[in-house]
Design a protein around this ligand. Structure first.
Ligand SMILES: [Zn+2]
Length: 522
């Protein structure tokens, strides 16, 4: 598809703390990143998609203490919930890294630590500060909202320790240059400005270790200092390279990190500071290449409040998939949610969009087209005569759809990509109304011209549907496969130059999105 030169694409989700079951915000991120990975695979990029679990957080230690079980057991159990969510949402990752289990992670984090130490960027210091254990972050007094963590609305804890510190302040000017020049691109621009103003407010060195005692011995040991474990963010951020075997300069590390022009992180807006400031500074210090792009999505609110595990107002994404199906939930995340802004999560909206966009617009188009090809041509997609004027607009809209979807995806705008696809679906539905194939079918009995017109209309519909399905593949892979299946064509339909194979029959029509009875009123 498209005319882009083949390239490479490495993309990651953030790795969530697995102190509880996944919430809907992580489902959004996983689906966004999955759509990007599927899109880049489709256009021929050598693509690698990494996700995983952040096991070494103190939050996990505390959750395990509350539940009276060993931490390793708690994270192993909760990780299953994330793997289950990935299955339900059809997330096609290449690797799932577990930071407490995979040996190459601990080895890689230790290598990164040592590289930073060799650069002279670590020192011991006495410290006291206000710590939010849910964020795993020290806050300045002036960053708190009414004395509470701005993310979790809980009171931070006073902590006094002697820890290892990282010389973040040393990298202030370099980070400013890299981000303002887009060498490390932060998307959207509002987030880039937020990062730059944080950097320009003055960067403080930050503590990168914890006492082994306070961490209850859980975490990655600091090399050559058994009294300390690594600060969980130091270890967690390093997963983006450790998973590729940075520890041993592995083949994947060379291929997808060092020798690759597209190293992309997808994250939520709450953890920009870690990804746009701490992480690139650690890499600069260790003389490791930086990521190229940070894509930042917003948060869902429920009744105007941030959805979070600590606030207890989460929506269970697995239950949503049980009720509405994988494709409907993916559609809501990608087509009905701003890719970078905040949105209020609404089941009523999900149901409304399901019925309007999926059941009516797309489902009916597939059903009517396949039914007519069955009824009027015994399931055979006819050879189209030279296109008439009536067909040309729809044919050209279908043929150029991949270019418009590609432009939207280059800008990380899933919603725009999907609206481009739905514009073609809308045109195809209007085309059926104006061409009225059922009238042509009556007239063709004794009119050669009507017979030829009906061939054209059915062929145009079949080709348009095929192109809709191909373009839909990164977003709704299940629905795309179902449409291609009903059209009787398979994966070879993804090739750019393609003609309808002789002798292929469309299947019996089968609704791909049965209408929902409304269970919630808008
Ligand atoms: Zn917090």
């Amino acid at each position: 598809m498209g005319t882009r030169a083949m390239s490479k694409f490495y993309i990651t989700t953030a790795i969530p703390y697995v102190n509880a079951a996944p919430h809907v915000g992580f489902g959004l991120e996983a689906v966004q990143v999955d759509a990007l990975a599927r899109y880049h695979r489709q256009i021929g990029d050598d693509t690698f998609f990494l996700t995983g679990s952040d096991d070494n957080s103190i939050t996990n230690v505390r959750a395990a203490e509350r539940e009276g079980m060993p931490v390793a057991e708690l994270v192993a159990r909760n990780t299953q919930g994330f793997l289950e969510l990935h299955r339900r949402l059809d997330i096609g990752y290449d690797k799932f890294i577990r930071t407490s289990v995979d040996a190459i992670h601990a080895q890689g984090a230790a290598r990164l630590w040592t590289a930073v130490a060799v650069a002279g960027d670590l020192y011991r210091k006495d410290f006291h500060g206000l710590y939010c254990p849910s964020c795993e972050l020290f806050y300045d007094e002036n960053e708190l909202v009414d004395g509470l963590c701005p993310e979790h609305l809980t009171a931070p804890e006073p902590v006094q320790e002697n820890n290892w510190f990282f010389r973040l302040s040393k990298y202030q000017d370099q980070l400013d240059d890299l981000i303002s020049s887009d060498q490390y691109r932060v998307i959207p621009g509002t987030r880039k400005n937020e990062v730059l103003s944080f950097i320009r407010s003055g960067l403080q060195d930050f503590s990168v270790s914890r006492s082994t005692e306070r961490a209850r011995g859980w975490g990655i040991p600091v090399p050559e200092d058994p009294t300390q474990v690594m600060y969980v963010w130091f270890d967690a951020l390093s997963n983006y390279i450790t998973a590729l075997d940075y520890a041993h300069d592995g083949e994947l590390y060379q291929r997808y990190w060092v020798d690759n022009p597209a190293r992309v992180h997808g994250v939520g807006k709450g953890i920009i500071r870690f990804h746009a400031v701490y992480w690139p500074a650690m890499l600069l210090s260790a003389r490791v290449p930086l990521p190229t792009t940070l894509f930042v999505h917003g948060y869902y609110t429920v009744d105007g409040r941030k959805m979070s595990k600590s606030l207890g107002n989460t929506v269970n994404p697995v239950a949503m998939v049980d009720k509405y199906g994988t494709e409907a939930v993916r559609y809501y995340f990608l087509g009905a949610t701003s890719p970078t802004g905040d949105g209020d999560f609404s089941i009523a909206e999900l149901e409304a969009r399901y019925n309007a966009d999926l059941a009516n617009d797309l489902g009916n188009l597939v059903n009517r087209s396949v039914t007519m090809i069955q009824r009027y041509r015994e399931g055979r997609v006819p050879n189209a005569p030279a296109p008439a004027d009536e067909d040309a607009a729809l044919q050209s809209a279908g043929a150029t759809l991949a270019d418009r979807v590609g432009a939207a995806m280059d800008g990380f705008d899933f919603q725009l990509a999907i609206s481009e696809i739905w514009a073609v679906i809308g045109s195809a539905n209007r085309y059926i109304e104006t061409q009225a194939p059922w009238k042509l079918a009556k007239a063709e009995v004794d009119d050669e011209n009507s017979r030829s017109r009906l061939d054209s209309v059915l062929a145009t519909l079949a080709q348009t549907l095929r192109l809709v399905a191909v373009n839909l593949q990164p977003f709704l892979p299940g629905a795309a496969a179902e449409i291609l299946d009903q059209l009787g064509v398979g994966d070879d339909a993804f090739r750019p130059s393609w003609t309808w194979p002789v002798g292929v029959l469309v299947s019996e029509p089968k609704p791909i999105f049965p209408r929902l009875e409304r269970t919630v009123t808008a």
